[in-house]
Design a protein around this ligand. Structure first.
Ligand code: PHE
Ligand code: ZN
Length: 883
């Protein structure tokens, strides 16, 4: 038996959902803001559900109640009870008005949930974070997403200390008060759940722009940041405008307030937050300039700006009935964001990036003890469910639905969804219902995807009958739910496919019984455990290209020969599947190395195919860079049962060395010089693609000849016009243990001493140096004056990068990595439980480690679990990983 955390926290279950007994029609909040203490009054107009005769109960956590009145009468202490984070009030009726006054301590709030301080007491600013359950840290309220209310918010504060006062909604007056104070009022005409409430107050600068929506509303767009960062907000402003136009064009959705504020903070638990009319961003997802931001990060900023903006419809206008439906807004919004990014940049590259992320982050989650369905059935702490499964797998499910309906059909469905549920809190059934109804089809079979954990497997095999000129593709899904109590129905799995002849030409597809014109690509949907799809008029044995564009989030098992994979890698016009074939081929090559196979056929085919693509002038530089990159260490580990991360690292290095060898030092050098000759700071696609390939070529060279790669990298570091080239060079210097590395590190540290986001990269790049030595580096970096456990980005940059981004460093055979993590989690948990819990998921997968590491990890986790006083957040994760 495993030791379970002391207090096993109570579970909230989907099946226990009840509509709220009390709603709040209007909310009036009146804040007296201060860093040490803030006081606020809340006036709630209550509505009672006549069908439920339940007492008025409001959520409230760590609130200091100063006064309470019902319908204008101060309540005696006997008329209410505040215990266990619930305030129960006697005597409330339908239409009653409840007024409470509370005191908060923003400066002491290190959990960054509710009202807190970003930055220092002297210079920092106040802000709120309410999703998922932060509003109950601000005032007493039915803090659940199915209670939608109209908000009027008044902020009062000292003008010199808090010159800028912002809250969601439209501005509704402002003015002076006595004693150097001022006030501002905001009214949000759109009913919203409490998790979308936000305010910001402090010294902030802004950039602004007017935007006219497609339906004619002039909107003031304002992006706010501290003075040293405001110049890095222009890219986000452009991205915001692009997002707004795109949502008008693609979904017919217009913005619906007169102002749209975006605020950057360095102290934030997540990426960003879609508060109505007042988005708040982790600075790392908003600020960008060439000197401190990499190309990848630029794309990330664009995506997150779009994501939060898109939430205005998918999340805010139509919100979630309860937190089990979280993917209703998150999966859908990630899908919208991914489609936007694909339109703004290269669609195949975006797909490769998204599927890589899914495999790196979501597949391991789905295969381990923390696996949960996209719609979980239960949770203890909802903040632990902002996961890759809810977000990324959730997006894949929407993508399947969109694929099933086609572009026009999906748009019809989305129009109906927004129209039907506008101003309401919806469920995933509502979503599938609207999409289906608008298209006269029943999508409920897809609900099964939302209810089961685990990555489904799809088996494919082909049979060619030369005499009948027929090709039969057999698709099968091993009975889902086998071994569990109730066997579950098979999932609908859409498989987009094409067939190639052995010259690499696509064949026209004539599916049995199909009368329409033959197409070169079709989608078949596997709805049973096994199905045969028969194609006629096939002149020779074809090579199938399956699951094109990754049409379903499954693990495909298909017995390709290395030559067949090479054919797809060479010829498939679907850029994603081309890359995918290369990845599968690389895995085969890796396995030959791992198993010491006598035969190195896959390895030979792989490197020969890449060597020829390397000289193919038609191929995009960025795609080539991706093709030259084998699956990462985490993905490779997923395929093994007794995982030794250090051995995986060495084998993957060896695999890349073999490739570099085949390409040849000469050729790599030449290509590097050509690419380096074009060095610019421009952000256009070609310049970005060149930088990406240049980095890959330098990394390959580094494996072959670290001395000369070190020279090149040192020069590149020195001459770099921007962060992409600079960081790539620094990474190569560190990985190759180059003598020039130390100086470059010093230079970087000094250069970015005042730039937190750039400095984060300095921590991260060192935390990710592979192998045993990384741990000492981390211990040393923890003593850097710039390190603090109080800043989530810094924690992520050092500890997160180490435990999650450095498998061969973290998984030391002596278990020191595990013990370090366990110790830091205790310290972190006392400050910020959300961040601690997220970091703790790095223990996921320990059961599959080889025995020595497994024992060491187990010991560290058990010791941690035995500690008293862990937060509910951390306790749930630790209890979960031990399962
Ligand atoms: N809802 C935010 C998003 O995905 C994420 C978030 C969750 C931010 C919880 C803060 C707290 O856009
Ligand atoms: Zn989101």
């Amino acid at each position: 038996m495993h030791a379970l955390p002391e207090q096993t926290p109570a579970l909230i279950r989907l099946r226990d959902y009840r509509a709220p007994a009390w709603r709040v029609e209007t909310v009036e909040l009146d804040f007296d803001l201060g860093i040490e203490a803030t006081e606020l009054s809340a006036r709630l107009l209550l509505r009672r559900d006549p069908a439920q005769q339940l007492p008025l109960q409001l959520d409230g956590e760590n609130l200091q109640l100063l006064s309470i009145a019902l319908d204008g009468v101060q309540l005696p202490a006997t008329a209410y009870r505040y215990a266990g984070n619930v305030l129960e009030v006697d005597g409330a009726r339908d239409g009653s008005v409840l007024e409470t006054r509370v005191r908060l301590r923003p400066a002491a709030n290190t959990a960054l949930e509710g009202l807190y301080l970003s930055g220092s007491d002297e210079a920092g600013f106040l802000l709120t974070q309410c999703e998922a359950e932060g509003f109950r840290h601000i005032t007493f309220f039915p803090d659940r997403p199915d209670v939608l209310s109209c908000y009027r918010v008044t902020l009062r504060a000292d003008r010199a200390r808090f010159p800028v006062l912002l809250a969601g909604g439209n501005p509704d007056g402002s003015g002076e008060l006595e004693g150097g104070r001022h006030w501002a009022c905001f009214v949000d005409p759109h009913p919203k759940p409490s998790y979308l409430f936000a305010l910001v107050a402090g010294r902030l600068e802004k950039i602004e722009r007017n935007y006219v929506t497609a339906n004619g509303r002039t909107v003031q767009l304002k992006i706010w940041a501290e003075a040293d960062a405001i110049d890095r907000c222009h890219y986000a402003m452009d991205a915001l405008e692009r997002s707004m136009r795109w949502d008008e064009r693609t979904y017919g959705r217009n913005y619906d307030l007169d102002v749209f504020h975006v605020v950057a903070t360095h102290d934030f638990n997540m990426g960003a937050m879609e508060n109505k009319g007042l988005n708040i961003f982790n600075a790392k997802c908003l600020l960008a300039d060439p000197d401190s931001t990499t190309d990848e990060e630029y794309r990330h900023v664009e995506a997150v700006v779009a994501h939060e903006y898109f939430h205005n419809w998918s999340g805010n206008r139509v919100t979630c009935r309860d937190w089990f439906q979280l993917s209703l807004k998150e999966g859908l919004t990630v899908f919208r964001e991914q489609s936007f990014s694909a339109d703004m940049n290269s669609a195949p590259l975006k797909r490769i990036e998204d599927v890589s992320l899914l495999r790196r982050a979501q597949f391991p989650e789905d295969a381990g003890p923390l696996a949960h369905p996209v719609r979980p059935a239960q949770y203890s702490e909802i903040n632990n469910f902002y996961t890759a499964t809810v977000y990324e797998k959730g997006s894949e499910l929407v993508r399947m639905l969109a694929g099933a309906l086609g572009q026009a059909g999906f748009r019809r469905g989305m129009d109906l969804y927004f129209e039907r549920h506008d101003g309401h809190a919806a469920t995933l059934e509502d979503f599938l219902g609207a999409l289906g109804d608008a298209n006269g089809t029943d999508l409920t079979p897809y609900l099964a995807w939302y209810g089961q954990a685990g990555t489904p497997r799809l088996k494919a095999r082909g049979h060619y009958d030369a005499a009948r000129q027929e090709y039969t593709l057999t698709l099968a899904q091993p009975a889902p739910g086998k071994g569990t109590a109730e066997p579950r129905p098979p999932l609908p799995i859409p498989v987009k496919l094409a067939l190639f002849d052995r010259e690499g030409t696509m064949l026209p597809l004539r599916l049995d019984g199909q009368t329409s014109e033959p197409a070169s690509e079709i989608v078949v949907v596997l709805t049973q455990t096994e199905q045969h799809f028969v194609f006629g008029h096939v002149a020779s044995s074809p090579v199938p290209s399956l699951l094109r564009g990754f049409s379903a989030p499954v693990i495909l098992e298909c017995d390709y020969t290395p030559d067949e994979l090479a054919l797809l890698l060479g010829h498939d016009p679907d850029g994603f599947n081309r890359w995918e074939a290369g990845q599968q081929l690389a895995v085969r090559a890796y396995e030959e190395l791992r198993d010491g196979a006598a035969n190195s056929h896959a390895l030979d085919v792989w490197r020969a195919a890449l060597a020829s693509l390397f000289h193919d002038t038609a191929i995009d530089d960025a795609l080539l860079a991706d093709l030259l990159t084998p699956p990462g260490e985490i993905e490779l580990a997923e395929r093994e049962t007794a995982v030794d991360p250090q051995r995986i690292h060495q084998l993957r290095q060896r695999l890349q060395w073999v490739l570099a060898e085949r390409l040849g030092g000469e050729v790599l050098h030449r290509r590097y010089r050509e690419l380096a000759a074009h060095t610019t700071i421009d952000m256009d696609a070609i310049s970005q693609a060149r930088r990406r390939l240049k980095r890959r070529v330098l990394e390959l060279l580094n494996l072959l000849d670290s001395a000369s790669a070190g020279e090149l990298a040192a020069a590149q570091y020195h001459d770099a016009p921007g962060m992409t080239d600079r960081l790539a060079a620094l990474t190569v210097l560190l990985r190759g243990d180059a003598p020039q590395a130390a100086l470059a590190l010093l230079d970087f540290r000094a250069r970015y001493a005042d730039n937190a986001l750039a400095l984060d990269k300095w921590f991260a790049v060192q935390a990710q140096v592979p192998g045993e030595r990384a741990l000492d580096g981390v211990l040393m970096l923890e003593r850097d004056p710039g390190f603090t456990l109080k800043n989530p980005n810094r924690v992520q940059a050092l500890l997160g990068a180490f435990v999650r981004g450095n498998p061969s460093g973290f998984h030391r055979i002596d278990g020191a990595g595990y013990r370090l993590l366990a110790e830091r989690l205790v310290a972190l948990d006392a400050l910020n439980p959300q961040v601690a819990a997220r970091l703790a998921t790095a223990f996921n997968g320990w059961q599959r480690l080889e025995s020595q590491r497994r024992d060491a990890a187990h010991a560290a986790i058990v010791t941690l679990a035995a500690r008293t006083g862990l937060s509910r957040n951390l306790a749930e994760i630790i209890g979960g990983v031990l399962n």
